[in-house]
Ligand binder design. Structure first.
Ligand code: GLU
Length: 310
Protein backbone atom coordinates (compact mmCIF):
# COMPACT_ATOMS: atom_id res chain seq x y z
CA UNK A 1 0.00 0.00 0.00
CA UNK A 2 1.35 3.44 -0.91
CA UNK A 3 1.67 5.99 1.88
CA UNK A 4 0.36 9.54 1.63
CA UNK A 5 3.95 10.73 1.17
CA UNK A 6 4.94 8.53 -1.75
CA UNK A 7 1.61 8.44 -3.63
CA UNK A 8 1.03 10.88 -6.50
CA UNK A 9 -2.31 12.74 -6.34
CA UNK A 10 -5.15 10.51 -7.48
CA UNK A 11 -6.21 12.85 -10.29
CA UNK A 12 -2.73 12.51 -11.85
CA UNK A 13 -2.86 8.73 -11.46
CA UNK A 14 -6.24 8.63 -13.23
CA UNK A 15 -4.98 10.88 -16.05
CA UNK A 16 -2.09 8.48 -16.53
CA UNK A 17 -4.42 5.46 -16.44
CA UNK A 18 -6.44 7.06 -19.25
CA UNK A 19 -3.27 7.75 -21.28
CA UNK A 20 -2.10 4.17 -20.84
CA UNK A 21 -5.38 2.33 -21.39
CA UNK A 22 -7.51 4.30 -23.84
CA UNK A 23 -7.88 1.81 -26.73
CA UNK A 24 -5.80 2.55 -29.80
CA UNK A 25 -7.46 -0.05 -32.01
CA UNK A 26 -10.79 -1.77 -32.42
CA UNK A 27 -9.84 -4.86 -30.36
CA UNK A 28 -12.58 -6.89 -28.65
CA UNK A 29 -16.24 -6.94 -29.56
CA UNK A 30 -19.70 -5.63 -28.66
CA UNK A 31 -22.70 -7.90 -28.11
CA UNK A 32 -24.57 -8.59 -31.35
CA UNK A 33 -27.85 -9.15 -29.50
CA UNK A 34 -28.09 -5.53 -28.27
CA UNK A 35 -27.66 -3.31 -31.37
CA UNK A 36 -27.44 0.07 -29.60
CA UNK A 37 -24.30 -1.00 -27.71
CA UNK A 38 -22.30 -0.67 -30.93
CA UNK A 39 -22.90 3.12 -31.06
CA UNK A 40 -20.05 4.40 -28.82
CA UNK A 41 -16.65 4.78 -30.54
CA UNK A 42 -14.16 2.02 -29.75
CA UNK A 43 -11.73 4.50 -28.13
CA UNK A 44 -14.10 5.79 -25.48
CA UNK A 45 -12.56 5.40 -22.04
CA UNK A 46 -13.56 6.99 -18.75
CA UNK A 47 -12.79 6.41 -15.09
CA UNK A 48 -14.13 7.91 -11.85
CA UNK A 49 -13.42 7.36 -8.18
CA UNK A 50 -15.86 8.47 -5.45
CA UNK A 51 -14.22 8.38 -2.03
CA UNK A 52 -15.73 7.81 1.41
CA UNK A 53 -14.36 11.23 2.40
CA UNK A 54 -16.68 12.83 -0.15
CA UNK A 55 -14.30 13.59 -3.03
CA UNK A 56 -14.83 12.57 -6.65
CA UNK A 57 -11.90 12.21 -9.05
CA UNK A 58 -12.32 11.44 -12.73
CA UNK A 59 -10.56 11.41 -16.06
CA UNK A 60 -11.21 10.70 -19.74
CA UNK A 61 -14.82 10.22 -20.87
CA UNK A 62 -16.08 10.03 -17.28
CA UNK A 63 -18.98 12.41 -17.95
CA UNK A 64 -20.42 10.59 -20.96
CA UNK A 65 -23.49 8.45 -20.23
CA UNK A 66 -23.21 4.77 -21.09
CA UNK A 67 -25.60 1.82 -20.82
CA UNK A 68 -25.07 0.29 -17.36
CA UNK A 69 -26.63 -3.06 -18.37
CA UNK A 70 -25.81 -5.67 -15.71
CA UNK A 71 -24.27 -3.19 -13.28
CA UNK A 72 -27.94 -2.48 -12.53
CA UNK A 73 -28.10 -5.93 -10.89
CA UNK A 74 -26.03 -4.66 -7.93
CA UNK A 75 -28.49 -1.84 -7.35
CA UNK A 76 -31.60 -3.99 -7.68
CA UNK A 77 -30.14 -6.56 -5.28
CA UNK A 78 -29.43 -3.85 -2.70
CA UNK A 79 -32.92 -2.43 -3.16
CA UNK A 80 -34.54 -5.85 -2.85
CA UNK A 81 -32.61 -6.55 0.36
CA UNK A 82 -33.46 -3.13 1.79
CA UNK A 83 -37.13 -3.67 0.96
CA UNK A 84 -37.22 -6.26 3.77
CA UNK A 85 -37.71 -10.02 3.95
CA UNK A 86 -34.23 -10.93 2.72
CA UNK A 87 -34.90 -14.57 3.65
CA UNK A 88 -37.81 -14.61 1.18
CA UNK A 89 -35.44 -13.50 -1.57
CA UNK A 90 -32.67 -15.91 -0.56
CA UNK A 91 -35.06 -18.85 -0.67
CA UNK A 92 -35.50 -18.09 -4.38
CA UNK A 93 -31.93 -17.45 -5.51
CA UNK A 94 -28.54 -18.89 -4.46
CA UNK A 95 -25.14 -17.26 -3.99
CA UNK A 96 -22.82 -19.52 -5.94
CA UNK A 97 -20.83 -18.74 -9.09
CA UNK A 98 -22.61 -20.28 -12.04
CA UNK A 99 -19.70 -21.54 -14.14
CA UNK A 100 -21.97 -21.12 -17.17
CA UNK A 101 -22.90 -18.16 -19.32
CA UNK A 102 -24.96 -15.40 -17.70
CA UNK A 103 -28.06 -16.27 -19.72
CA UNK A 104 -27.86 -20.08 -19.59
CA UNK A 105 -31.16 -21.94 -19.84
CA UNK A 106 -29.68 -25.39 -19.25
CA UNK A 107 -28.53 -24.73 -15.69
CA UNK A 108 -31.90 -23.29 -14.68
CA UNK A 109 -33.70 -26.36 -16.01
CA UNK A 110 -31.33 -28.82 -14.31
CA UNK A 111 -31.49 -26.91 -11.01
CA UNK A 112 -35.29 -26.74 -10.87
CA UNK A 113 -35.73 -23.03 -11.42
CA UNK A 114 -33.49 -21.77 -8.59
CA UNK A 115 -30.89 -19.44 -10.14
CA UNK A 116 -27.29 -19.80 -8.99
CA UNK A 117 -26.89 -16.13 -8.04
CA UNK A 118 -28.56 -12.72 -8.40
CA UNK A 119 -26.10 -11.52 -11.06
CA UNK A 120 -26.90 -14.02 -13.79
CA UNK A 121 -29.98 -13.10 -15.81
CA UNK A 122 -32.32 -15.67 -14.24
CA UNK A 123 -31.33 -14.51 -10.74
CA UNK A 124 -31.75 -10.86 -11.69
CA UNK A 125 -35.23 -11.63 -13.04
CA UNK A 126 -36.16 -13.10 -9.65
CA UNK A 127 -34.79 -9.97 -7.94
CA UNK A 128 -36.82 -7.72 -10.27
CA UNK A 129 -39.90 -9.84 -9.59
CA UNK A 130 -39.27 -9.37 -5.84
CA UNK A 131 -39.01 -5.58 -6.34
CA UNK A 132 -42.24 -5.59 -8.33
CA UNK A 133 -44.10 -6.72 -5.23
CA UNK A 134 -43.50 -3.19 -3.88
CA UNK A 135 -43.87 -1.32 -7.18
CA UNK A 136 -45.07 -2.55 -10.56
CA UNK A 137 -42.78 0.09 -12.10
CA UNK A 138 -39.62 -1.48 -10.65
CA UNK A 139 -37.36 0.13 -13.28
CA UNK A 140 -38.72 3.59 -12.42
CA UNK A 141 -38.09 2.80 -8.76
CA UNK A 142 -34.46 1.87 -9.57
CA UNK A 143 -34.05 5.14 -11.47
CA UNK A 144 -35.30 7.18 -8.49
CA UNK A 145 -32.96 5.27 -6.18
CA UNK A 146 -30.02 6.11 -8.47
CA UNK A 147 -30.99 9.78 -8.74
CA UNK A 148 -31.05 9.93 -4.92
CA UNK A 149 -27.59 8.39 -4.69
CA UNK A 150 -26.01 10.66 -7.32
CA UNK A 151 -27.82 13.74 -6.00
CA UNK A 152 -29.52 14.76 -9.23
CA UNK A 153 -31.64 13.70 -12.18
CA UNK A 154 -28.68 12.56 -14.34
CA UNK A 155 -29.50 8.84 -14.75
CA UNK A 156 -32.15 8.13 -17.40
CA UNK A 157 -33.64 5.16 -19.21
CA UNK A 158 -32.80 4.95 -22.91
CA UNK A 159 -36.33 3.92 -23.89
CA UNK A 160 -35.45 3.36 -27.57
CA UNK A 161 -32.64 1.03 -26.56
CA UNK A 162 -34.92 -0.79 -24.14
CA UNK A 163 -37.52 -1.24 -26.87
CA UNK A 164 -34.99 -2.64 -29.30
CA UNK A 165 -33.52 -4.98 -26.66
CA UNK A 166 -37.00 -6.14 -25.74
CA UNK A 167 -37.61 -7.06 -29.36
CA UNK A 168 -34.53 -9.34 -29.10
CA UNK A 169 -35.30 -10.76 -25.67
CA UNK A 170 -36.40 -14.28 -26.57
CA UNK A 171 -33.79 -15.80 -24.29
CA UNK A 172 -34.65 -13.63 -21.27
CA UNK A 173 -38.32 -14.37 -21.87
CA UNK A 174 -37.51 -18.07 -22.03
CA UNK A 175 -35.69 -17.79 -18.69
CA UNK A 176 -38.66 -15.94 -17.19
CA UNK A 177 -41.09 -18.61 -18.44
CA UNK A 178 -38.86 -21.35 -17.00
CA UNK A 179 -38.86 -19.54 -13.64
CA UNK A 180 -42.62 -19.20 -13.83
CA UNK A 181 -43.04 -22.88 -14.63
CA UNK A 182 -40.98 -23.78 -11.55
CA UNK A 183 -43.11 -21.42 -9.41
CA UNK A 184 -40.22 -18.99 -8.91
CA UNK A 185 -41.77 -15.94 -10.61
CA UNK A 186 -44.83 -14.25 -9.14
CA UNK A 187 -45.53 -11.60 -11.80
CA UNK A 188 -46.21 -12.25 -15.49
CA UNK A 189 -43.02 -13.17 -17.38
CA UNK A 190 -43.47 -10.39 -19.95
CA UNK A 191 -43.86 -7.67 -17.29
CA UNK A 192 -40.78 -8.86 -15.38
CA UNK A 193 -38.62 -8.95 -18.53
CA UNK A 194 -39.84 -5.48 -19.53
CA UNK A 195 -38.79 -4.05 -16.17
CA UNK A 196 -35.51 -5.95 -16.29
CA UNK A 197 -34.63 -4.68 -19.77
CA UNK A 198 -35.54 -1.10 -18.83
CA UNK A 199 -33.35 -1.27 -15.73
CA UNK A 200 -30.47 -2.57 -17.90
CA UNK A 201 -31.02 0.36 -20.30
CA UNK A 202 -30.31 2.98 -17.66
CA UNK A 203 -27.70 5.44 -18.87
CA UNK A 204 -25.21 6.84 -16.37
CA UNK A 205 -21.77 8.39 -16.49
CA UNK A 206 -18.73 6.93 -14.72
CA UNK A 207 -18.95 9.74 -12.17
CA UNK A 208 -22.61 8.96 -11.45
CA UNK A 209 -22.05 5.20 -11.32
CA UNK A 210 -19.14 5.56 -8.88
CA UNK A 211 -21.28 7.84 -6.69
CA UNK A 212 -24.23 5.46 -6.87
CA UNK A 213 -22.09 2.52 -5.72
CA UNK A 214 -20.43 4.40 -2.88
CA UNK A 215 -22.85 3.03 -0.24
CA UNK A 216 -21.18 -0.36 -0.69
CA UNK A 217 -17.81 1.11 0.34
CA UNK A 218 -19.45 2.82 3.34
CA UNK A 219 -21.02 -0.14 5.12
CA UNK A 220 -24.35 0.38 3.35
CA UNK A 221 -24.66 4.13 4.05
CA UNK A 222 -25.73 6.02 0.94
CA UNK A 223 -26.17 9.67 0.06
CA UNK A 224 -29.54 9.86 1.78
CA UNK A 225 -29.03 7.46 4.69
CA UNK A 226 -28.92 3.71 5.13
CA UNK A 227 -29.43 1.64 1.97
CA UNK A 228 -28.49 -1.74 3.46
CA UNK A 229 -26.99 -2.86 6.77
CA UNK A 230 -23.19 -3.19 7.11
CA UNK A 231 -23.45 -6.99 6.97
CA UNK A 232 -25.60 -6.84 3.82
CA UNK A 233 -23.10 -4.44 2.22
CA UNK A 234 -20.36 -6.95 3.03
CA UNK A 235 -22.41 -9.78 1.55
CA UNK A 236 -23.21 -7.88 -1.64
CA UNK A 237 -19.46 -7.25 -1.98
CA UNK A 238 -18.81 -10.98 -1.51
CA UNK A 239 -21.28 -11.87 -4.26
CA UNK A 240 -19.66 -9.27 -6.53
CA UNK A 241 -16.26 -10.84 -5.89
CA UNK A 242 -17.42 -14.39 -6.62
CA UNK A 243 -20.11 -13.79 -9.27
CA UNK A 244 -19.76 -10.24 -10.59
CA UNK A 245 -17.59 -10.69 -13.65
CA UNK A 246 -19.40 -13.41 -15.64
CA UNK A 247 -17.25 -16.46 -16.16
CA UNK A 248 -14.08 -14.51 -15.35
CA UNK A 249 -14.69 -13.73 -11.66
CA UNK A 250 -11.66 -15.81 -10.65
CA UNK A 251 -9.38 -14.11 -13.17
CA UNK A 252 -10.64 -10.65 -12.15
CA UNK A 253 -10.13 -11.45 -8.43
CA UNK A 254 -6.61 -12.60 -9.32
CA UNK A 255 -5.76 -9.51 -11.36
CA UNK A 256 -7.63 -6.81 -9.41
CA UNK A 257 -8.39 -8.27 -5.97
CA UNK A 258 -11.58 -6.25 -5.51
CA UNK A 259 -15.33 -6.91 -5.75
CA UNK A 260 -16.64 -5.79 -9.13
CA UNK A 261 -19.69 -5.97 -11.36
CA UNK A 262 -19.52 -5.50 -15.05
CA UNK A 263 -22.10 -4.97 -17.75
CA UNK A 264 -22.02 -5.67 -21.47
CA UNK A 265 -22.22 -1.90 -22.06
CA UNK A 266 -18.49 -1.91 -21.12
CA UNK A 267 -18.84 -0.50 -17.62
CA UNK A 268 -17.36 -2.01 -14.45
CA UNK A 269 -18.20 -0.91 -10.90
CA UNK A 270 -15.61 -1.81 -8.30
CA UNK A 271 -15.72 -1.38 -4.53
CA UNK A 272 -12.77 -0.72 -2.22
CA UNK A 273 -14.40 -1.23 1.21
CA UNK A 274 -13.87 1.74 3.51
CA UNK A 275 -12.08 3.71 0.77
CA UNK A 276 -13.96 4.35 -2.42
CA UNK A 277 -16.08 3.16 -5.29
CA UNK A 278 -14.64 3.11 -8.82
CA UNK A 279 -16.32 3.04 -12.21
CA UNK A 280 -14.47 2.49 -15.46
CA UNK A 281 -16.06 2.40 -18.91
CA UNK A 282 -14.78 1.41 -22.31
CA UNK A 283 -17.21 -0.28 -24.70
CA UNK A 284 -15.23 -3.11 -26.33
CA UNK A 285 -15.46 -6.45 -24.50
CA UNK A 286 -13.26 -9.50 -24.06
CA UNK A 287 -14.52 -13.01 -24.85
CA UNK A 288 -16.12 -13.29 -21.37
CA UNK A 289 -18.14 -10.07 -21.75
CA UNK A 290 -16.00 -7.77 -19.58
CA UNK A 291 -14.57 -4.46 -20.79
CA UNK A 292 -11.16 -5.22 -22.26
CA UNK A 293 -9.56 -1.85 -21.51
CA UNK A 294 -11.57 -1.42 -18.30
CA UNK A 295 -10.29 -4.68 -16.76
CA UNK A 296 -6.68 -3.87 -17.68
CA UNK A 297 -7.03 -0.36 -16.24
CA UNK A 298 -8.41 -1.66 -12.94
CA UNK A 299 -5.56 -4.19 -12.61
CA UNK A 300 -3.12 -1.33 -13.20
CA UNK A 301 -4.92 1.00 -10.74
CA UNK A 302 -4.99 -1.61 -7.97
CA UNK A 303 -1.27 -2.27 -8.48
CA UNK A 304 -0.47 1.45 -8.35
CA UNK A 305 -2.61 2.26 -5.30
CA UNK A 306 -2.42 -1.01 -3.36
CA UNK A 307 -6.23 -1.06 -3.21
CA UNK A 308 -7.32 -4.65 -2.63
CA UNK A 309 -9.38 -6.68 -0.19
CA UNK A 310 -6.44 -9.08 0.18
N1 GLU B 1 -29.55 -6.62 -20.87
C1 GLU B 1 -28.54 -7.63 -21.02
C2 GLU B 1 -29.15 -9.00 -21.12
O1 GLU B 1 -30.06 -9.28 -20.42
C3 GLU B 1 -27.61 -7.51 -19.86
C4 GLU B 1 -26.41 -8.33 -20.08
C5 GLU B 1 -25.26 -7.99 -19.17
O2 GLU B 1 -24.85 -6.82 -19.07
O3 GLU B 1 -24.74 -8.93 -18.58
O4 GLU B 1 -28.74 -9.83 -21.87
Amino acid sequence: MMTALDSPPLNLVLDDIVRSHRPQSEAGSVPASIPHLSSPAFNRFGIAVATTSGDVFSSGDADLPFSIQSISKVFTLAMALSAGEPSALWSRVLREPSGTSFNSLVQLEVEHGIPRNPFINSGALVVTDHLMEKSADAAGHVLRFLADQVGGPGPFIDEMAAKSELANSSRNLALAHFLKDFGNLHRPAQAVVENYVRQCSIMMTCVETAKAGLFLAQGGRGAQGTVVSPSEAKRIGSIMLTCGMYDAAGEFAYRVGLPGKSGVGGGILVIVPGECSICVWSPRLDSKGNSLAGSAALADLSDRTGWSVF
